[in-house]
Design a protein around this ligand. Structure first.
Ligand code: ADP
Ligand code: MG
Length: 639
């Protein structure tokens, strides 16, 4: 070989980390390098096929797109080649020197953590998590370095005349030089390490291709020294084959190929829609949430094909944002092949496909919810907060979504309740669906506002996802029952009987009128800070709480808006007083016997401060609070 005088480039730091991990991989993981290289080759052919729709000349006389695997006669080099789109010099630098793909960074971090730092050799590496991660996650081109001590990439872009050779030994840097007579597409030459030479054996290659890449929709050839070729995969796209021909393992492998996610599919949907519009879809619900589920862009990752030709994986409008956890492929026979990616979104056929997909996904979720509720609960924990976005974004399917929603409740422990279960268990006199919203379900369970409901055996749903603040006002009712926040308006609990143990002690009731006097005094003292002061059935253990008046902004929503820096006028709340609490009874008696006093005014402020603390709100004047509290306590101790 001529003297190598390529131009030297350093790998991005993350790439070096990834390469490090690759070099340390376990033997049983190594074979996935072939899956990754075939996957890239297939993507490259997809891209060329798409470009050739408008520029057929790109295909030239080499139109049979395929992947070729060739063990080289030297006994140490394995070649994986494609006649796809190829790479320009800039693309080589961008694609094979940096990590662009979202998720890789998270993967590297997870890997590094599960390996417990660096410096471990292969024997010491813990079996399990790290190796499982490598096997399941799409680790891309860099996985070549699991098996190769040196990798050379010869490539020429379909629309360029000049080719390039990229070369690296996987330690810190790579170099690039021009390559004369490079064929269109990309040819990866793996200079195998001694312990990986078994990948030159045809049987080994056949087995690995069958296991990981059988679903690829173009031929994968295994070529021997004398130029004889044999096709080692099925050669048709998995989604286009009849369901009965596909087993669980093949679906799983395709999921890993398409979803780039660790884990297995939680649910698989494979359908051929026929009739007014025709399409095929192979869709998956993952078994764990992807790391970017709550990115503001809310992008879905379902790929769109038109008659087996890959069009885009960014087709807005193919899947609604509230189903963005879905992964997979949709292949339409009705969309025009030369459809532009830009106008696609407004194509009426696309809207019909979306509608068909949504209906199918919802009906599959309904089935799972009914047949395997525990399983459905795990889906709900992963994606419930996303699905709920549909309640206000998709009016057409709102009524099918509502029964799929699950809630925790004050009485339900860790159980996830459906609205139907909640409504069925409601006491006869209960007319509304009660809920409380906040950030943390456990804190919500301890809220003073739910005490009176609990004492009366009324379950309260916990709304702890930010999205709840959006769909609740949009949905309003379920089966003619209104959703009512227990932190808003009057509680109206008189009609429900209190359980014996929660009954207030009747022996100690202050004379009639005294509680009213206390209320009047507190109202007067707190005039500027509260909207109203009243007694409440809502409380059993706590002396006070705050609620929003009917029609006012919900307190949790107010906090959320403030966190997001929304300007808004100060919201005055209603202070509710528990007339059965020892403290308020003692205060009422004091008002009755001695009339207003400084001590009582202090007590009024302290009631308000307590209510704020219970809400998790700051006390407006901590030093006044401390002074009043120590004053009252020392007076009480002195008596
Ligand atoms: P991913 O495939 O997830 O993007 P990879 O590490 O496998 O990540 O590949 C990085 C990029 O390198 C690809 O997105 C593609 O742009 C480019 N690439 C890799 N292999 C090929 C190939 N055979 N032909 C053309 N481009 C390729
Ligand atoms: Mg790849």
């Amino acid at each position: 070989m001529a003297k190598w005088n390529g131009e030297r480039h350093a790998f991005q730091a993350e790439v070096s980390k990834l390469l490090d991990l690759m070099a340390k991989s376990l033997y049983r993981d190594k074979e996935i390098f072939l899956r990754e290289l075939i996957s890239n080759a297939s993507d490259a052919c997809d891209k060329l096929r798409y470009a050739a729709i408008t520029k057929p000349e790109l295909l030239g006389d080499d139109a049979a797109l395929a992947v070729t695997i060739k063990p080289d006669s030297t006994g140490s080099v394995l070649v994986v080649a494609d006649n796809g789109i190829g790479m320009s010099r800039e693309e080589l630098i961008d694609n094979l020197g940096t990590i662009a793909r979202s998720g890789t960074e998270a993967f590297v971090k997870q890997m590094a953590e599960s390996q417990g730092g660096d410096g471990q050799d292969e024997q010491e590496q813990p079996d399990g998590l790290a190796s499982g991660l490598i096997g399941q996650f799409g680790v891309g081109f860099y996985s070549s370095f699991m098996v190769a001590k040196r990798v050379e990439v010869v490539t020429r872009r379909a629309d360029e005349a000049d080719g390039w050779r990229w070369r690296s030994d996987g330690t810190g840097s790579y170099s690039i030089a021009p390559e004369a007579d490079a064929a269109r597409g990309t040819r990866i030459e793996l200079h195998l390490r001694k312990d990986a030479r078994d990948f030159l054996e045809p049987l080994r290659i056949r087995t690995v291709v069958k296991a990981y890449s059988d679903h690829i929709g173009l031929p994968i050839w295994l070529e021997n020294d004398s130029g004889q070729k044999e096709m080692v995969n099925e050669g048709s796209a998995l989604w286009s084959r009849p369901k009965s021909d596909i087993d669980e393992a093949q679906y799983r492998e395709f999921y890993h190929h398409i979803a780039h996610m660790p884990g297995d599919p939680w649910h698989t949907i494979h359908l051929h829609a026929e009739g007014r519009i025709e399409y095929m879809a192979l869709l998956f619900v993952p078994d764990s949430p992807p790391f970017d589920l709550f990115d503001p862009i809310r992008r879905h990752r379902v790929r769109l094909y038109v008659r087996r030709v890959f069009i885009t994986d960014e087709c807005e409008g193919l899947v609604p944002p509230y189903l963005r956890f879905m992964r997979g492929v949709v292949d339409s026979s009705d969309l025009a092949l030369n459809v532009s990616r830009e106008t696609l979104q407004h194509d009426p056929i696309l809207a019909k496909i979306r509608n068909g997909l949504v209906k199918r996904v919802l009906s599959e979720l309904e089935k799972r919810a009914k047949k395997t509720p525990d399983d459905y609960a795990s889906f709900w924990e992963n994606f419930g907060a996303v699905l709920k976005e549909g309640l206000y974004e998709d009016a057409e399917h709102k009524d099918r979504l509502l029964p799929l929603v699950r809630f925790r409740s004050t009485g339900g422990g860790d159980r996830w309740l459906s609205l139907d279960e909640y409504v069925d268990a409601m006491p006869e006199q209960q007319e509304a669906i009660y809920y409380i919203s906040g950030e943390d379900p456990d804190a919500l369970r301890r809220s003073p506002q739910v005490e009176g409901f609990r004492a009366r055996g009324i379950d309260v749903l916990l709304m702890a996802d930010p999205v709840d603040q959006f769909w609740l006002p949009a949905v309003g009712t379920y089966k003619e029952k209104t959703f009512l926040s227990v932190t808003q308006g009057a509680a109206d609990l008189e009609k429900f009987a209190v359980s014996e143990e929660d009954k207030p002690d009747e022996a100690d009731v202050p004379p009639p009128g005294e509680m009213d006097k206390l209320i009047a005094l507190v109202k007067l003292t707190l005039a500027d800070t509260v909207k109203d002061v009243r007694t409440s059935e809502r409380l059993t253990d706590s002396p006070v709480c705050l609620v929003a008046d009917d029609g006012d902004l919900d307190m949790h929503l107010e906090r959320l808006l403030r966190q997001h820096k929304h300007e808004m006028p100060e919201q005055k709340r209603v202070l509710e007083i528990n007339p059965s609490h020892d403290l308020t009874r003692a205060l009422a008696r004091m008002v009755g016997q001695k009339g207003a006093s400084e001590a009582l005014e202090d007590a009024a402020h302290l009631l308000m401060d307590q209510a704020l603390i219970l809400e998790g709100e700051p006390v407006p004047d901590p030093s006044a609070f401390t002074k009043r509290l120590s004053g009252l306590v020392s007076r009480a101790l002195a008596e």
